[in-house]
Unconditional design. Structure first.
Length: 463
C-alpha cells in the first residue's frame, strides 16, 4: 500500500473508530447495583401517602395493571404503530419487579428511560414527561411503590418488528426527542398556575394522549394539545382547536376532572374515565391547579366562540323541553328515518328527559363526541355503554353492541350528528363502527376493568 493510501486508510479507520465510540457512548448505560428489597417499615407514612397521590395523578395503576390481575404487576399491552409493548411489573417483587432497585435506579428510569440493568426503556413509558418530576416527588413515588404488595409476574415479550425490537435504537430516538430540562416556573404566572403546569407537563403527562405524534412516535411540539389517539379513542384537543360546543373554563374543568362529569360537557368515558377516577382521590388543590393551567392553554374564547357556546346552551335548553315523542321531528333532508327511529326508541327516554347529570343522559347538543370531527368516541360509547360501578352511585348507560348491527349504529350516529350539531356529516361512519367493534373485542381481556370517577363526592376513595 502506498503512502497516500495508508494515510487515507488511517483516516477512515480513525473516523470509524470515533463513530463507533460515539455510538457506544450514546447507547451504553451502566447497570446500577441491586439492593436488598427495603421493607415497608423503611418509609415514612406521610411520604408514602404523598406518593400515593402522585401515583394517582400519574395514572400509574391503569397502565401497569391488567384486568383481573394484581395491581401494578404490569403486562398491559400498549399498541403502537410499531407493534405492541407490554407494561412492566412495578411492584417490589425482587425477581420480576423493582424490589432490587435503589432510589437512584428508579430516578434514572423516570428521568432517562433506562432500567436498573442499563437497558433503554421504550417511550410508551412517558419519561419524556417524567424528566420534569422533582427529586422529592420521585422519592415519594418510590416509597409508595416499594410499599405495595410484591407480585411475581415475569415480563411479557414485546411484539415489535425489526429494527424497533432493538433497544439500542431507542438511544437514537432519545437523542432526537428527549429533553432533560426540568420544569422551570414562570414568574409571570400565579403559584397555582405553575403547580398545574408542573403536574400537566410532568407526572400527569396529559400531552401523551392529547398531542398528535410524528412518524417516529414523538409528540409534535408545534401542535401541543391539538388532540391525539389512544386505545382507539380520540383524545380531544385541549387548546384553542377544541370542538367542545361550549368553551371550557377553569371551573368546568375542575368539576369534570374532580367528579367525572359536568352538565355543560357530559361524562368522562374511555381512558379519560380512568384518569378522573384517580383524580377523584387526590387533593382538590392539585386538581384545581391542573384546571387553571389547562384553561390557560385553551385561552379565553373569542367573541364568535363565546356566541357559539351560548347558542349551544340555548339549543340544549330548548331541546330538553322537547318530548321524546318528537325525537324524529328533524326534517328528513337533514337526517335519516332509520337513525331517527332508533334514537326515539332507545335514546330519547334518557337524553331527552330533564333529569340532571350524572343520572340523566347528557344533553346531546352539548356533546363533544357529536361535534368532534372524529366519530370514534361516539361509536365506542354507543357500542359499550357506561358500566355501573359496584358500591357507588354513578352514571350508567347500556351498550348496544349485541343488539344493534353496524348499519344501525352508523345510522344512529349520522342522525345524532345531523340533529345535535351544526357540523358537516361524517364520512366513513360504518367503517369507524366496524373498527370500534373489533378494537373493543381485542381489548376486552387485557384492558383495565371499566371504571369512571365517583359522581358523588361523598363516595370518593379515602386515603
Amino acid at each position: 500500500m502506498t503512502g497516500p493510501s495508508r494515510i487515507v486508510a488511517s483516516i477512515v479507520a480513525i473516523v470509524l473508530l470515533g463513530g463507533a465510540a460515539a455510538v457506544f457512548a450514546i447507547v451504553w448505560r451502566p447497570a446500577i447495583a441491586a439492593v436488598e428489597p427495603p421493607g415497608p417499615q423503611a418509609f415514612d407514612a406521610a411520604l408514602v401517602k404523598r406518593g400515593r397521590d402522585l401515583a394517582a395523578i400519574g395514572n400509574c395503576n391503569d397502565c401497569h395493571t391488567v384486568r383481573g390481575a394484581k395491581n401494578f404487576a404490569g403486562g398491559l399491552p400498549v399498541r403502537t404503530p410499531f407493534g405492541t409493548v407490554f407494561s412492566s411489573n412495578i411492584t417490589p417483587d425482587a425477581e420480576t419487579g423493582i424490589g432490587r432497585w435503589s432510589e437512584a435506579a428508579f430516578r434514572r428510569a423516570m428521568r432517562s428511560g433506562v432500567n436498573r440493568e442499563g437497558q433503554h426503556l421504550y417511550p410508551t413509558f412517558p419519561y419524556d414527561h417524567f424528566t420534569n418530576v422533582s427529586d422529592e416527588d420521585d422519592r415519594a413515588l418510590y416509597a409508595f411503590l416499594m410499599t405495595r404488595q410484591p407480585v411475581r409476574a415475569p415480563a411479557r415479550e414485546n411484539q415489535l418488528s425489526f429494527p424497533f425490537n432493538q433497544r439500542p435504537a431507542i438511544a437514537g430516538w432519545k437523542l432526537l426527542f428527549l429533553r432533560h430540562d426540568t420544569y422551570q416556573p414562570d414568574p409571570k404566572q400565579s403559584a397555582e398556575w405553575n403547580r398545574g403546569a408542573y403536574l400537566v407537563e410532568g407526572l400527569a403527562h396529559c400531552g401523551a394522549c392529547h398531542t398528535p405524534r410524528n412518524v417516529l412516535g414523538a409528540e409534535r411540539n408545534s401542535a401541543q394539545f391539538a388532540g391525539g389517539d389512544v386505545d382507539n379513542w380520540h383524545a380531544y384537543a385541549l387548546n384553542d382547536q377544541s370542538h367542545a360546543p361550549v368553551p371550557w373554563d377553569a371551573e368546568a374543568l375542575f368539576a369534570y376532572l374532580r367528579d367525572g362529569w359536568h352538565p355543560d360537557h357530559g361524562t368522562a368515558r374511555g381512558p379519560m374515565a380512568e384518569v378522573v377516577s384517580n383524580l377523584s382521590s387526590v387533593p382538590s388543590s392539585d386538581v384545581r391547579a391542573i384546571a387553571v393551567y389547562m384553561a390557560g392553554v385553551s385561552g379565553a374564547p373569542t367573541p364568535d366562540r363565546k356566541r357559539q357556546g351560548e347558542a349551544a346552551l340555548e339549543q340544549a335548553k330548548s331541546s330538553a323541553k322537547s318530548s321524546s315523542t318528537k325525537a324524529s321531528s328533524v326534517p328528513t333532508s337533514q337526517t335519516n328515518a332509520a337513525g331517527a327511529s332508533i334514537y326515539a326508541a332507545v335514546c330519547a327516554s334518557c337524553h331527552a328527559s330533564e333529569r340532571p347529570l350524572p343520572y340523566g343522559g347528557v344533553n346531546l347538543a352539548l356533546s363533544t363526541a357529536i361535534a368532534s370531527p372524529d366519530p370514534r368516541n361516539l361509536a365506542n360509547i354507543v357500542l359499550s355503554g357506561v358500566q355501573a360501578i359496584e358500591g357507588e352511585r354513578s352514571p350508567i348507560m347500556p351498550g348496544f353492541a349485541a343488539s344493534m348491527t353496524d348499519a344501525q349504529v352508523s345510522a344512529l350516529l349520522s342522525y345524532l350528528r345531523a340533529r345535535f350539531s351544526n357540523q358537516p356529516p361524517w364520512s366513513g361512519v360504518e367503517k369507524t363502527v366496524q373498527d370500534a367493534r373489533r378494537a373493543q373485542t381485542a381489548f376486552v381481556l387485557t384492558s383495565p376493568a371499566p371504571r369512571s370517577a365517583p359522581a358523588d363526592p361523598q363516595q370518593r376513595e379515602k386515603p
